[in-house]
Design a protein around this ligand. Structure first.
Ligand code: ADP
Length: 266
């Protein structure tokens, strides 16, 4: 019972005998601790932008500001408001993905359309600062277009956000022995080994300030992980600090859409 937390109850029984009841509460305490951490992190993340907004509102109320300063303050407040919006949207997405009442609505996903859309979104975010290429050579899959768009889109937007201007990003969809793979390769800042296994934890970031500067909520890879779980798929991360990263989504054969056989009756 080492490393386990047990609650022991001694219940008197007839003839001066006793019954010993043990409850193993290790798992429920771990879940409770995760819930507490999540609430603490989320509150902290929301408090920071809110403090900025309230601070500027107080200045605006107490001083006669000139038009230029007022418009600069309004711009900053809008940015902070958007930050709060993104965070709340990501928190709602995560809680929906985890809910048992939210079954996966699987349909045939046109992978070419999906990956091309992910490329367009990434190009809009990059605004010409990166070279973003795609290679599509694999089967369609069964899954939720909307959820896979959010997972693949998060990986591609991370590649843009963590790759300095002038870098290259490649989006690849291809068949593999186990099924099919979606890969996002970048020539960005990379991640050192000790961080890799923790990246899909909620609010885990290698560099908080860089994540915030680029509108990160710290929940992107947690969303990716949950979407992939719902699709019986996995995420592999290969990275080297200073060189770049490759995020690989592995989808199983069971998710693939098999080619339709045309029957010709004579
Ligand atoms: P964030 O909103 O902070 O980007 P994510 O959950 O998407 O949150 O990612 C978690 C962390 O993983 C990021 O803060 C960043 O440190 C690291 N990361 C994710 N993708 C990349 C990438 N392509 N290159 C380098 N670091 C990355």
């Amino acid at each position: 019972f080492r490393d386990r937390k047990l609650i022991v109850q001694i219940i008197p029984f007839e003839n001066r005998r006793q019954i010993l009841v043990t409850h193993d509460v290790t798992e429920s305490e771990r879940i409770e601790e995760m819930r507490r951490d999540f609430i603490a992190n989320a509150s902290h993340e929301l408090r920071t932008p809110l403090t900025v907004i309230v601070g500027f509102l107080e200045i605006a109320a107490s001083e006669g500001l000139d038009a230029a300063t007022r418009s600069a303050h309004l711009k900053l407040m809008t940015e902070q408001g958007h930050r709060m919006q993104h965070l709340i949207e990501d928190m709602l997405t995560l809680s929906r993905l985890e809910s048992v009442d939210y079954p996966l609505r699987a349909e045939r996903v046109d992978v070419r359309r999906l990956v091309e859309q992910v490329q367009r979104d990434a190009e809009a975010l990059s605004a010409g600062r990166h070279e973003i290429s795609i290679a599509i050579d694999g089967p369609d899959v069964m899954g939720s277009y909307e959820e896979l768009h959010s997972a693949f889109g998060n990986l591609a937007s991370n590649a843009v956000r963590y790759t300095p201007a002038g870098g290259q990003i490649r989006l690849v969809w291809k068949a593999s022995d186990a099924g099919a793979k979606f890969m996002v390769e970048d020539t960005g800042i990379g991640i050192s080994t000790e961080h890799i296994s923790r990246l899909t934890e909620r609010f885990y970031r290698v560099d908080k300030s860089r994540s915030r500067e680029t509108q990160g909520t710290g929940l992107g890879l947690a969303i990716v992980k949950h979407v992939l779980l719902r699709h019986s798929s996995t995420l592999q991360i290969k990275s080297e600090a200073g060189k770049g990263s490759t995020f690989i989504v592995c989808m199983p054969k069971t998710a693939l859409v098999l080619p339709q056989i045309e029957l010709q009756l004579h």
